[in-house]
Design a protein around this ligand. Structure first.
Ligand SMILES: *Cc1c(COP(=O)(O)O)cnc(C)c1O
Length: 388
């Protein structure tokens, strides 16, 4: 069976893990935590980053930093992973679900403004498949209404948004890394993501107002980070928080992956291109719709998906691939229709989110896929549509 996902190992993970184990410091905020954070700050210019135990945790930190309280509203796409909404629900927020775009699973930027009320505290765009939302539009709306933007960049490491520049043609603006544009940005290093350490995440703090408090929330509500920098001579309990920081066991593993970023990303983008070129004919025949990458966005090779004509076609395709030993999957039940939220949801029907819920299929995507594997997957899918 060609698996859907297989966590990639660079070969250095066990070495750095060994180093961490025998360094005598394996709790959080040690050498490898600092190395990883420095990598993000140097490679992509993030002002301040904190590693977390997951992207879910990073999102929870955001909900705390924004002082989300019962009665506050947070705008979240319905077609996303649970955590995007859950982190804010835990603080008592009412989630206002936004529909997806007709041409992309990301939230429809043109439908955000009509969801804003005096209670709206934040918008949480998700860069689905690592493809940027139109951050120019979203930031303009947020600034106009004085609300915060938290980017769920869980899938979007090493992907960019090109901001329009009046002096340059469309699509040639300045490239800004995703996760660095909103007030806060969150990344995931779960084993299904491009860069992984089993479970892990990162909070990017792009607005200086949040830096000091973020460090406190991160270290169980204490000012321990300041203490370790020698800025104060005793630390204690000063705020709310939790144990959001990962141990050095996770961060040493993660560092090995970051060191091989270029190689991982080059191969992932090549896999994406192979799929995309191979399926162009299927799209031309109207059999499937391929991922759309707007001119302001880039591809980071996080995932490849096809949008089938109907739920029935998708079910049959997944079944057919399984018979040929290929594991393809679908995901995201619209959150407004989930067991947990359906009785609380009062908004209108979200047609696009439901479309992706029923028609989107994800193809195997990992670095163990050989060119032969890719050719086999492509041929099998083409065969399915020929026979259909
Ligand atoms: C993976 C993912 C998350 C959750 O990340 P964890 O690190 O597993 O907590 C959140 N949002 C999106 C869009 C994701 O893809």
């Amino acid at each position: 069976m060609i698996p859907f996902n297989k966590p990639y190992l660079t070969g250095k993970e066990a070495h750095y893990l060994y180093q961490a184990v025998y360094s005598g410091h394996i709790s959080g905020n040690g050498i490898y935590t600092k190395k990883c954070q420095a990598f993000f700050e140097e490679r992509w210019g993030f002002k301040k980053t904190l590693l977390t135990t997951s992207c879910t945790d990073a999102l929870e930190m955001c909900a705390m930093l924004l002082n989300i309280e019962p009665g506050d509203e947070v705008i979240v796409p319905s077609y996303t992973f649970v955590s995007t909404a859950l982190a804010f629900v835990r603080q008592g927020a009412k989630i206002v679900f936004a529909d997806s775009r007709a041409d992309h699973p990301g939230m429809d930027e043109d439908k955000i403004e009509q969801l804003i009320t005096p209670k709206t505290k934040a918008i949480v765009p998700v860069h689905y498949a690592g493809v940027a939302c139109d951050m120019g539009k979203i930031m303009a709306i947020a600034n106009k209404h004085h609300i915060f933007v938290v980017e769920d960049a869980a899938q979007a490491v090493d992907s960019y948004y090109r901001s329009p520049t009046p002096t340059l043609p469309q699509g040639e603006g300045v490239k800004k890394p995703l996760g660095s544009i909103g007030h806060l940005g969150c990344f995931s290093f779960h084993e299904t993501k491009n860069i992984q350490c089993g479970e892990g995440g990162l909070l990017a703090i792009n607005d200086d107002r949040f830096v000091k408090r973020a460090e406190i929330l991160w270290e169980k509500g204490t000012n321990r980070a300041e203490f370790f920098r020698g800025e104060i001579n005793k630390y204690g309990w000063v705020d709310t928080g939790s144990s959001f920081l990962p141990s050095e066991l996770n961060t040493s593993f993660l560092y090995a992956q970051l060191e091989h970023l270029e190689e991982i990303q080059n191969r992932r983008k090549a896999i994406w291109d192979t799929y995309h070129n191979a399926f162009a004919t299927l799209q031309a025949k109207g059999m499937v719709v391929l991922p759309n990458v707007p001119e302001y966005a880039t591809v980071n090779g996080h995932m490849y998906y096809l949008i089938c004509r109907s739920l029935d076609v998708r079910t049959a395709l997944i079944q057919y691939l399984k018979q040929h030993n290929i594991h393809a999957v679908f995901h995201y039940q619209s959150l407004h229709k989930s067991e947990f939220y359906k009785n609380k949801y009062t908004g209108e029907s979200l047609v696009q989110a439901d479309k992706y819920t029923q028609q989107l299929v994800r193809l195997p995507f990992h670095l163990d896929l050989t060119n032969d594997d890719l050719q086999f997957i492509v041929n099998t899918i083409k065969q399915f549509f020929d026979e259909e």
